[in-house]
Ligand binder design. Structure first.
Ligand code: GDP
Ligand code: ZN
Length: 458
């Protein structure tokens, strides 16, 4: 495939010591060579070498920047095209000057995700790997990053390929049967087909079973801290943020990047909902009280209900217990440093099996236990020890479900003793649906849409 030469700033915007302008495409070396002056010509450089020199604007014959230039020749590059990386000083002015220079000498500004898209289109990575790259950029905790990395390394792709191969063999058996009906083994073929199909379906089920956890690692748990005034909500929030360092991530895909705050609880990213409310406008939030909490609850994956052990349960406490029925919640019984007044049996009854953590947030007690309870709630073995090949991407989950349905239809058809080539149609459809995960048969518009969600420069 032939493409024009693209360029973009590939380091995060803002201040860093060094910034990189990356070019990819047939003319990458020629463009850089036109602008560069150093000991030797870039165009003659060996692949995977770095060169010190200056960039000149040929029109004004004036040195623009002191640079280090990496020359990476196709095909052993991320895009499988010639790649040139110009390392320059990190200030916004100087990188933009370098970018302008390459853009006015033959390169085109890359669209978001275009480098990764080329890696995909040039066959360097498949679609699920490209999506892994995107997740990697957005990963909020180390754990989430490891999951994404596994995907980039093709772990999901390998699995999907194996399943497709199995389906293909199944279909091939049917072909033999159709072509040689006299080798009458219709029933044998059908039995073998069913056995294979069931195997594949079971493996798809196993993959889907990891989806819930994958999604949590990928997107974080929307977490609401609720409780009546003065029980210690703000204290809890501060402890969580303090112990775990809030992670602030960019959410790409919007023109104006939205900032979201996460805390990393043993590898599980918690996205604290309505934290601004708890932090800043304390009084207002607490006046709105239970009503407001109810609304927050509808958005939450996890609820932390704080109560005060030094006081009797109030009607408001009980209303909050009511409100969290059927939801994932942990009860934090705070202020255990004070004389106990609360009826613990009653609390246990109201909590109906949910973890209850005795805490004194004032004395920093109970946070460890709380974190353990949260981690256990979503990852039985704890995230640290769990196998990290999760399915986390909604598109993949959708396709796996579709493939599973197709296989179920094939099995039903087989049981109804319809002609075997009818069964084959369903199996073939499952094969195609799995293929879409890795990017076979996907529509161009989907490809464009997927890659447009990337950040600039990736
Ligand atoms: P919120 O209104 O639910 O957000 O509660 P705050 O976190 O603002 O706490 C209300 C008051 O209770 C503050 O004066 C805290 O210092 C105090 N407090 C919080 N946790 C504890 C605790 O574990 N023990 C004691 N004795 N006081 C606490
Ligand atoms: Zn508060």
């Amino acid at each position: 495939m032939e493409f024009d030469t693209i360029a973009a700033i590939s380091t995060p915007s803002g201040e860093g010591a060094i910034a990189i302008v990356r070019l990819s495409g047939e003319d990458a070396l020629a463009i850089a060579d036109k602008l560069y002056k150093g000991k030797s010509r870039l165009i003659e450089a060996q692949t995977h070498t770095i060169h010190y020199g200056h960039l000149f604007d040929p029109e004004i014959e004036e040195a623009v920047e002191e640079v280090m230039v990496s020359v990476l020749r196709a095909p052993k590059t991320f895009t499988r095209e010639d790649v040139v990386e110009i390392n320059c000083h990190g200030g916004l002015v100087s990188v933009n000057k370098v970018l302008d220079l390459v853009l006015s000498h033959g390169a085109r500004l890359a669209e978001p995700g275009e480098f990764t898209k080329r890696a995909f289109l040039n066959g360097r990575i498949d679609l699920s790997q490209a999506e892994g790259v995107m997740d990697l950029i957005r990963a909020k905790t180390d754990r989430a990053m490891n999951v994404a990395l596994k995907q980039v390394n093709g772990r999901l792709s390998d699995k999907v390929r194996r399943l497709r191969q199995k389906l293909l063999e199944t279909v091939a058996n049917v072909e033999v049967n159709i072509d040689y009906p006299e080798y009458d083994a219709e029933s044998v073929t059908l039995e073998r087909l069913k056995a294979h199909a069931v195997e594949v379906r079971d493996e798809i089920d196993q993959l889907l079973a990891t989806a819930k956890q994958g999604k949590i690692l990928r997107e974080g748990l929307a977490t609401a801290i609720i409780g009546r005034p003065n029980v210690g909500k703000s204290s809890l929030m501060n402890s969580l943020v303090h112990e775990n360092k809030a992670i602030v991530t960019d959410v790409p895909g919007t023109t104006r990047d939205v900032l979201e705050e996460y805390v990393n609880v043993r590898g599980v990213p918690l996205r604290l909902i309505d934290t601004a409310g708890i932090r800043e406008t304390e009084d207002i939030v607490e006046k709105i009280g239970v009503e407001r909490s109810r609304q927050v609850l509808t958005e939450a994956d996890l609820i932390l209900l704080v109560i005060n052990s030094a006081e009797d349960l109030t009607e408001e406490d009980k209303a909050l217990f009511q409100a969290i029925q059927g939801l994932n919640a942990v009860v934090i019984m705070n202020k255990t440093d004070l004389d106990k007044k609360i009826d613990e049996d009653k609390v246990r009854e109201l909590a109906s099996g949910r973890p209850i953590i005795a805490a004194s947030l004032l004395k920093d007690e109970g946070i460890e236990e709380l974190e353990q309870a949260i981690s256990k709630m979503f990852f039985e073995e704890g995230v640290e020890t769990a196998d990290l090949s999760y399915i986390s991407n909604a598109r993949h989950i959708g396709l796996l479900n579709q493939a599973k349905r197709s296989i179920d239809e094939a099995l039903e058809a087989a049981d109804m003793e319809v002609p075997v080539d009818m069964v084959q149609i369903d199996i073939t459809r499952a094969w195609e649906q799995l293929g879409e995960i890795v990017g076979d048969n996907v529509h161009d518009s989907l490809i464009d849409q997927l890659f447009s969600q990337f950040c600039l420069g990736k």
